[in-house]
Ligand binder design. Structure first.
Ligand SMILES: [Zn+2]
Ligand SMILES: [Zn+2]
Length: 415
């Protein structure tokens, strides 16, 4: 029997690693520039955390989480998203007592039992960040700007930034009423999912991708027309700040995001080529979330992005990425005595801080040279019986083919 990776999960192979390193470097550099600190949370949390934050009635919690009782009987859930664990840690470690806002970023795997398709996995990896403890729209603007800078720093082009405001608990109920009555008049033509969403999660009707439902979105009531005074002023200032910072945004009235906890600002960055399935970055404000999981009312805003999906887009756009460096030297050796010398020489090369590996014992000179080529190693050190006898090595430049013999101490000194 041969095992394979579980459905919806995948291995990150050596040739794909350079993309992840590229993404990680950009994420860390920018996060630090904007004053964020890294926080890592456990892969699993008490299931109740996601019932309270993501929402007990949502598709994610009801159908998509990996939830299990451990051997002690505690109910645990593999993290389906990154924000709630960060908020839990913020409270648990008393970060609400620090000067606010607190800026945190993370890299983590997230787990959702979804139907696997291109760019969508049951285990995927996210980078995300959160700003906790500041409700000012300038914070929203900076977070959106950071997301925009990140995408361009990665080398991705042909992307669009969409923003919307979905109000708060004061004004959203009025908007939801208007939305529901609009869709009730068209209920007969809605897909079965949307029929259910009408009562439970009416916002999601706006971003249903099925043709029957999609056609109604454009003329549906718009959340920005129902904002209370506070939400209106927050929204106006956000747009003003984005313009001030030169961020080219578009308002998308259908943008609502999939999670229950969002309030006011929501935003996404999408590649021009495709629809919403391919969102590169998604985020928004969640001013009620921390209260929902047991803290004092604390505003928050953040975004997340998927490493697999960014990689897919980097490959599709053929963005040039630096290769991970190969060792500088392959130490070729023929015979037992040469092998002993080669081990010693390789140790000393590495002690100088330069990369070196041994050629495979038992292969001919030609075979080991081929090995150097295959590994893109620029220099080989050749050690045979002659070299051992003379305490010297032959060094060969793989690009030019030029080679010369040198005493071992001299070679090591010149590294
Ligand atoms: Zn629908
Ligand atoms: Zn409001």
């Amino acid at each position: 029997m041969q095992f394979r990776a579980p459905r919806g999960a995948s291995d990150l192979l050596p040739q794909q690693q350079k993309y992840w390193r590229h993404i990680e470097r950009a994420c860390v550099t920018l996060s630090q520039q904007y004053g964020f600190s890294r926080l890592d949370t456990p892969v699993f949390e008490s299931s109740g955390l996601f019932d309270r934050s993501v929402g007990a009635g949502t598709d994610i919690v009801e159908k998509e989480t990996y939830t299990f009782a451990d051997r002690g009987g505690d109910l645990l859930t593999l993290r389906p998203e990154g924000t709630a664990p960060i908020c839990r840690a913020y409270l648990e470690h008393g970060m609400h007592n620090l000067p606010q806002p607190v800026r945190l970023y993370y890299f983590c795997p997230v787990f959702r039992y979804e139907r696997p398709q291109a760019g969508r996995y049951r285990e995927h990896h996210q980078f995300g960040l959160e700003v906790l403890g500041d409700a000012d729209p300038s914070v929203d603007a900076e977070v959106v700007e950071l997301a925009w800078r990140l995408v361009s720093r990665l080398g991705l082009s042909d992307v669009s930034l969409y923003v919307n405001s979905i109000g708060d608990r004061q004004c959203r109920p009025v908007y939801l009423d208007a939305l529901r009555s609009y869709y009730r008049e068209r209920q007969a033509n809605l897909c079965p999912d949307c029929q259910q969403r009408l009562d439970r999660n009416a916002l999601r009707l706006l971003d249903c991708k099925r043709e029957g439902c999609h056609q109604y979105g454009d003329d549906a009531p718009r959340s920005v027309d129902y904002l209370c005074d506070d939400c209106q002023s927050h929204w106006d200032r956000l747009l003003q700040y984005l313009a001030l910072m030169g961020i080219p945004y578009q308002v998308d009235h259908r943008l609502v995001r999939g999670l229950d906890y969002y309030t006011r600002t929501v935003f996404e960055i999408q590649p021009l080529e495709e629809g919403g399935q391919s969102t590169l970055v998604g985020g928004g404000r969640y001013d009620g979330l921390i209260e929902e999981i047991g803290g004092r009312p604390t505003p928050g805003i953040g975004f997340a992005t998927g490493l697999e999906r960014l990689t897919l887009n980097l490959q599709r756009q053929e963005v040039p990425i630096d290769e991970d460096p190969s060792p500088q030297y392959l130490v070729i050796n023929m015979g037992q005595a040469a092998r002993e010398t080669a081990l010693d020489v390789a140790v000393r090369i590495r002690q100088q801080g330069t990369g070196a590996i041994l050629g495979s014992a038992g292969r001919s000179l030609k075979g080991q040279l081929r090995q150097a080529n295959a590994l893109s190693i620029p220099y080989v050190v050749i050690i045979g019986d002659d070299e051992v006898a003379a305490n010297s090595i032959t060094i060969r430049d793989m690009a030019t083919g030029g080679q010369e013999r040198r005493p071992v101490p001299e070679f090591l000194e010149q590294l």
